[in-house]
Design a protein around this ligand. Structure first.
Ligand SMILES: Cc1cc2nc3c(=O)[nH]c(=O)nc-3n(C[C@H](O)[C@H](O)[C@H](O)COP(=O)(O)OP(=O)(O)OC[C@H]3O[C@@H](n4cnc5c(N)ncnc54)[C@H](O)[C@@H]3O)c2cc1C
Length: 307
């Protein structure tokens, strides 16, 4: 109930105006966001790399309504790519299609993506297309496949959400295609017609999809994106049991969540990648993180009263 309310607020313009106007909200958001500038994001990335953690950088922002604004997003990503190369950071990038114009026109979005992917490929940097709400699943997968198969980008990956009923069939197809997949539970408000309403079913689906994909033939590669200890230990024991080589998967978590566990997994010899968002448009990202864990919300509310 609380989760649904916060997820609703994450998309409400009036709530965004109120929350982003609070200096306190900005400070609390810093727990999950590396900063507003590329310099800050590069500093955080370097510090994580020094601890043995790989990074994926995300320029915060979601649906853009004007074509000219998407050109700014492309420039921002190109600056990130240049910085990764110049500073020799161990980092990939993650992006959202609505941020690159999917709500305006698919052609515009595709042109923007090709620009970023071409630049990234020339620099040897991997790009993951984040998955947004189920309204975008079909065209996100279609654009991903076009980039991979028609434009021959070998540095592009996709995200699948275990809460969607369709994900079992999507993962089976992607396994046969040898895709680079990030598996997460899913962060959006979805109706019961398309997604499991109960957490136990989302978790069971995660384990099923994860296990099947870990056994897919190369070059299929799985990014196990979760903070859930049950999912992580299940993955670890399955990997050990089946002798799955370390070049077939990695673990991923979000910046600011379970940082000690992130370092522990890296020390144990796993590739551990931290998703590091930065930029001024932090509101919906921050609200989704609050929705995932009521304790984060209480922390936020407590900070308000402690002022
Ligand atoms: C690298 C990465 C990329 C992602 N990309 C996408 C994407 O493209 N599309 C998408 O829909 N979703 C994405 N997500 C979010 C994901 O779908 C989940 O919403 C999120 O990861 C919470 O689910 P969980 O697997 O951690 O398990 P949960 O069952 O939600 O949480 C398990 C435990 O993890 C800890 N935890 C989880 N979330 C938090 C939090 N916010 N603060 C503090 N502790 C927490 C708590 O201990 C909790 O009990 C991504 C997640 C990661 C890690």
């Amino acid at each position: 109930m609380l989760r649904r309310l916060i997820l609703y607020l994450s998309t409400a313009v009036w709530a965004r105006r109120i929350v982003t106007g609070w200096g306190l909200a900005r400070r609390v958001a810093r727990r999950f966001v590396a900063g507003e500038t590329l310099d800050e994001a590069a500093r955080v990335t370097r510090a994580l790399n020094d601890k043995g953690l790989a990074v994926t950088l995300d320029c915060l922002g979601e649906s853009v309504n004007k074509a000219e604004d998407t050109a700014e997003v492309v420039s921002a990503y190109r600056a990130v790519l240049a910085r990764i190369s110049a500073d020799r950071l161990e980092a990939s990038i993650s992006l959202k299609l609505t941020h690159l114009g999917l709500d305006i026109a698919e052609d515009l979005c595709m042109g923007n993506l090709r620009g970023i992917l071409g630049d990234a490929q020339a620099r040897g940097i991997r790009v993951t297309i984040d998955m947004e709400s189920s309204a975008y699943t079909e065209n996100t997968l279609r654009l991903y496949r076009t980039l991979r198969d028609e434009y021959a980008f070998d540095n592009v990956g996709i995200v699948i959400q275990s809460y969607l009923y369709r994900s079992e069939a999507d993962m089976a197809a992607l396994a046969a295609e040898g895709a680079h997949v990030r598996l997460c539970k899913g962060a959006y408000l979805e109706p019961a017609e398309v997604a499991f309403p109960h957490k136990a079913d989302v978790d069971a689906s995660y384990i099923r999809l994860m296990r099947a994909y870990l056994e897919a033939p190369p070059p299929a590669y799985l990014c196990i994106a979760t903070h859930d200890e049950k999912m992580i230990s299940n993955a670890e024991s399955f990997i050990r049991q089946r002798g799955i080589p370390t070049d077939r998967y990695e673990f991923q978590m979000l910046y600011g969540i379970r940082s000690a566990r992130q370092e522990e997994l890296a020390r144990a010899g796993y590739t551990m990648r931290v998703y590091v968002p930065f930029g001024a448009a932090w509101y919906p990202y921050f609200m989704r993180r609050l929705a995932e864990r009521p304790a984060n919300l209480w922390f936020f509310v407590r900070s308000m009263f402690q002022r």
